[in-house]
Design a binder for this molecule. Structure first.
Ligand code: SF4
Length: 186
């Protein structure tokens, strides 16, 4: 493997997703060791509990749709501080599973249904200003809010797809996505 390129700064970000895309990232198994020879993983939910998104990130894999104000704030930080933002998995690309609540037409009906209509007892809406992020009215895919350099579809993308994408990006190339194998949802 070439060592000519300078070490990259890699981030993985978890918005409104099930973390399955990150589980697939962990399925890279021993290749993760090779990855750490070429890149510093400077922010990731699987690597640390770092709260602040760092500056000067080369590649950011963003899992999940944008469902609440915390997701939105983090996404804007990611965009401002990352050179290449990869929309990572179907939830980031289409809103997918978290976007199913969009059928209820707004945050208020979602909260009413979840905390009042379906409550067995003590029906009440959660209320903790500053602790519970406000839901956005719709769960949005990442590219509807910020520019995206690359889409990596799949629910989740396979470890093979992730590796193929990262190997190219680490060499300052764009991955050779192939129809029916790496460009499909689900
Ligand atoms: Fe989970 Fe699939 Fe969404 Fe990834 S794309 S966060 S695996 S539901």
């Amino acid at each position: 493997m070439s060592t000519s390129s300078p070490r990259k700064r890699l981030a993985t970000v978890w918005l409104a997703g099930c973390s399955g895309c990150h589980m697939s990232f962990l399925d890279l198994d021993e290749w993760l060791l090779e990855l750490t020879e070429q890149a510093d993983i400077v922010y990731s939910p699987v690597g640390s509990d770092q709260k602040l998104y760092p500056k000067n990130v080369d590649i950011a894999l963003v899992e999940g749709g944008v469902a609440n104000e915390d997701n939105l704030e983090l996404l804007l930080q990611v965009r401002a501080n990352s050179q290449i933002l990869v929309s990572f998995g179907d939830c980031a690309i289409t809103a997918n599973v978290p976007g199913m609540r969009n059928m209820l037409q707004g945050a208020d009906p979602v909260l009413r249904r979840g905390y009042l209509d379906l409550a067995d007892s003590s029906a009440q809406r959660p209320h903790a200003p500053g602790l519970i992020p406000e839901l956005l009215d719709r769960v949005l895919p990442v590219h509807e809010l910020v520019a995206v350099e690359m889409f990596l579809p799949g629910c989740p993308p396979s470890a093979t797809q992730i590796r193929s994408a990262l190997e190219a990006l680490l060499q300052d190339q764009r991955p050779p996505l192939q129809a029916n194998r790496e460009i499909r949802f689900g």
